[in-house]
Design a protein. Structure first.
Length: 296
């Protein structure tokens, strides 16, 4: 799975299921720097181009209509330095911290040959979902944290008809799990639930085979046992589904300190100059991205 969209009473955002739903989310009351994500370094692998439901070609006719893609790599560090800027989509200013670009310029190949593009310091914030949200694949999930951040691209980049326009601020959204002990506990409980479900399934098969040789009264007892087991099985199944929504997905990138980030996230840009807090503000889907820990 990969991760995230929002509609609020004050803002009208144009998103699709490629961007996680922002409803059912709150920011942590304590300082964000308590997160183990702080001071970790990651490589961001951007995949810019047409995504299902994007309004980019409507706002910018011809954009990426050829199906071309623009791939860029950016190395970043999540710092503990408070950000001087605030972005409504990312989170409250007092819980937003600087995101430093630490690597060399990004390199890509266009019809002009090899080109470079620079990104400048951005900001990041982790928000804590209080309910299910929808990830980039359209599935309902509930990650431990919803990681949002931005980077600025002063000079832009273009490959065929795919373009990041100059002076564009790109917003990133993905899932993060920054409490390794909680993840380990969830994994243990999830494994135990699977074992219990398997045992119940085996017992049910045995009970049904035995009932073939029993009389009516004995079968009534067997029936009650099956009904009871069915309810217990349904409860276990519900717990299994909950853990699968909450746990890191297969393919999540793992840092050396145990922090995990979802395999895929969403990229958006502002579609107009309307302030976030006014009706008519919109965001357009630019593409997706993945992450790789630089200190695995």
């Amino acid at each position: 799975v990969g991760y995230f969209s929002i509609l609020t009473n004050k803002m009208k955002h144009i998103f699709t299921k490629a961007l996680l739903l922002f409803a059912n989310i709150h920011t942590a009351s304590s300082l964000q720097t308590t997160s183990l994500l702080t001071n970790t370094q990651w490589k961001l692998n951007l995949d810019v181009g047409l995504q299902p439901g994007t309004w980019m070609p409507k706002r910018f006719p011809g954009w990426a209509e050829s199906g071309a893609r623009l791939g860029l790599d950016i190395e970043v560090q999540f710092t503990s330095k408070p950000s001087s800027q605030r972005e409504t989509l990312v989170g409250p200013k007092e819980q937003t911290f600087e995101l430093d670009v630490i690597g060399d310029s990004s390199v890509f190949v266009s019809e002009k040959g090899q080109e470079t593009v620079d990104f400048t310091t951005g900001g990041w914030c982790i928000q804590r979902p209080t309910g299910d949200i929808r990830n980039a694949a359209g599935s309902l999930v509930k990650p431990e944290g919803l990681l949002r951040f931005w980077l600025d691209c002063p000079n832009g980049a273009k490959r065929r008809d795919v373009e990041i326009f100059p002076n564009t601020r790109i917003f990133f959204t993905t899932g993060v799990w920054d409490d390794p002990s909680l993840v380990e506990e969830q994994q243990q409980q999830y494994t135990e639930i699977l074992k219990q479900m398997e045992t119940m399934a085996d017992n049910t098969r045995d009970l049904r085979r035995e009932s073939e040789d029993k009389n009516v009264f004995q079968n009534l007892f067997s029936f009650r046992k099956l009904v009871q087991d069915s309810k217990e099985y349904d409860d276990l199944y519900a717990k299994k589904e909950r853990y699968e929504k909450e746990m890191p997905p297969i393919g999540a990138s793992l840092s050396s300190n145990g922090v995990k980030i979802a395999p895929t996230g969403s990229l958006v840009i502002k579609g107009n100059s309307v302030p976030d807090w006014l009706p008519g503000s919109e965001y357009l889907i630019l593409g997706t991205f993945s992450t790789t820990a630089l200190d695995p």
